[in-house]
Design a protein around this ligand. Structure first.
Ligand SMILES: *Cc1c(COP(=O)(O)O)cnc(C)c1O
Length: 396
């Protein structure tokens, strides 16, 4: 079965009891035991609930795993996975990791004695060099945010396996439709289902999948013990969103590619980051390990002044944090997702004061381009009014 079919019929998508066309919201915290000598499948909803279970089976299936888990947010999923490690353990983590992941590692897990080294995981030698005798895990995110650097998953997973490390991959940006890390050798996949999987900017959720039985049991014990489960209403919303994941991503990614090409040719744009552009440094690797380039791109306008004018002038995209929704979302990393990073470090990573990230939604692509065109024109008027060059030097 292909993905479009699997996302609808891969696991039971109808209610086993009534045949209802969507899995019902079992709004129950506890389950009556008809015979205490023969306990039922469910007893208490933190430990298991049929609505949540349906979602968990679906993410396991789509990622090519066996065990799935739904959490109260992407960060609850990420943090729960980190609880696999113990005081004295060391992790090697992608330096471009999601800001919340960076914060939980440096502010909370560090207090519990888990040590971390952040490295540029696009450089396998740097990863190799960071591995110590107490290293237990490798944590990756590809493409990275917001400059979309691509990490070689198969290569790093096999390197980690040789050293006995667990590999964990945050697959939020591409989803299992475009990239399946477990099939490339990863042990655990994590998601912010708040983004493309939910897809409608109306729910905060996290998912985890693995195919390893021992890890599945450990993750279950953490989910049940720590207790940051996803509520049943939100499970239902995520399943509702998942049904159209493939169709949404087809359209959004096609539009993202068209917008990236258009921006790339635009004289008022210094630089565009999109793995679908052949000149992007990760283009060929991405083409090899993923079946698509996704719906997120970044572009650099050269200055904060021009960013400000553009954000005031655009009419269609939300100006907001987050990504992966039916509506386009324009984010300003320097003041949003990466605000807490020291300015010098931001600049080194290409997160300049002129950089914007666009998550492309389902609007008509010509309307999106027209909106961006009029907003870019507004920045040109500012530039000529201030008698400055509108095109600064992009450094390819
Ligand atoms: C949003 C995001 C997270 C965190 O997820 P929440 O649902 O916001 O807790 C983790 N990783 C990536 C790549 C994200 O974009």
């Amino acid at each position: 079965m292909n993905f479009a079919t699997r996302v609808l019929h891969g696991t039971s998508s109808i209610d086993r009891v009534t045949g209802a066309s969507s899995i019902p919201i079992y709004q129950a915290s506890t389950f009556h035991q008809f015979d205490i000598d023969q306990p039922g499948e469910y007893d208490y909803a933190r430990s298991g609930n049929p609505t949540r279970q349906a979602l968990e089976e679906m993410i396991a299936h789509l990622e090519g795993g066996k065990y799935g888990f739904a959490f109260a947010s992407g960060m609850a999923a990420v943090s729960s996975v980190f609880l696999l490690f113990s005081a004295g353990d060391h992790l090697v983590v992608a330096e471009d990791v999601y800001g919340g992941t960076y914060r939980v590692l440096t502010n909370i897990l560090s207090r519990l004695g888990v040590q971390v080294t952040f490295v540029d995981t696009t450089d396998p030698e740097a990863v190799q060099a960071a591995i110590q005798s107490n290293t237990r895990g490798l944590y990756l995110e590809t493409p990275s945010n917001p400059t979309l650097k691509v990490t070689d998953l198969a290569l790093l997973c096999s390197l980690a396996r040789d050293k006995g490390l667990l590999t964990i991959v945050d697959n939020t940006f591409l989803t299992p439709y475009y990239q399946r890390p477990l099939e490339l050798g990863a042990d655990i996949v994590v998601h912010s289902a708040t983004k493309f999987i939910g897809g409608h900017s109306d729910v905060v959720a996290g998912l985890v999948a693995t195919r390893d039985e021992r890890l599945g049991k450990q993750l279950y014990a953490i989910q049940n013990g720590f207790g940051s489960i996803l509520g049943v209403q939100d499970c239902w919303l995520v399943m509702r969103g998942l049904k159209t994941l493939k169709t949404r991503l087809d359209v959004s990614s096609q539009s993202a590619a068209a917008i990236a090409r258009w921006l790339d040719a635009h004289p008022l744009v210094d630089r565009v980051y999109y793995t679908g552009l052949p000149e992007h440094q990760g283009h060929y690797l991405q083409t090899r390990q993923a079946s698509g380039h996704g719906a997120v791109l970044s572009f650099d306008l050269g200055s904060r002044e021009r960013v400000k004018i553009l954000l005031d002038a655009v009419k269609l995209p939300l100006v907001a944090v987050s990504l992966g929704a039916v509506e386009s979302i324009l984010s300003y990393p320097a003041q949003m997702s990466h605000a807490s990073m020291p300015p010098e470090e931001r600049r080194q990573r290409g997160i300049t004061d002129g950089l914007l990230r666009l998550s492309v939604g389902l609007e008509d692509v010509d309307d999106l381009i027209a909106d961006l065109e009029q907003a870019l024109a507004a920045t040109a008027r500012y530039a000529s009014a201030n008698n400055t060059s509108s095109k600064s030097c992009g450094n390819w």
